[in-house]
Ligand binder design. Structure first.
Ligand SMILES: [Zn+2]
Length: 83
């Protein structure tokens, strides 16, 4: 499974250089923000299949290949309320 994960040290680095990053009007900035947003865990979306079985999918891209992270887009998934 491919996952994009930001290490805590990287997050610290981003925080420390935030003023600099705000100045940066480049593609990397968008990528960086998108990557950071995916580190905020989102609850999986419930989906009923044709047999009325409840499945879960990524709230961002709709992929069913989700564990702790979505295999498709890297979104972090919050399973805390799901039994
Ligand atoms: Zn996804």
């Amino acid at each position: 499974m491919r996952r994009r994960k930001i290490k805590p040290a990287t997050v610290r680095m981003i925080n420390e250089n935030f003023a600099l990053i705000l100045d940066c009007e480049c593609k990397q900035y968008d990528d960086l923000i998108a990557a950071l947003k995916k580190q905020e865990a989102l609850k999986p979306e419930e989906y009923k299949d044709a047999n009325d079985e409840i499945d879960h999918r990524c709230p961002e891209c709709g992929s069913f290949a989700i564990l702790a992270y979505c295999a498709q887009c890297g979104q972090k998934i919050d399973w805390s309320d799901i039994n």
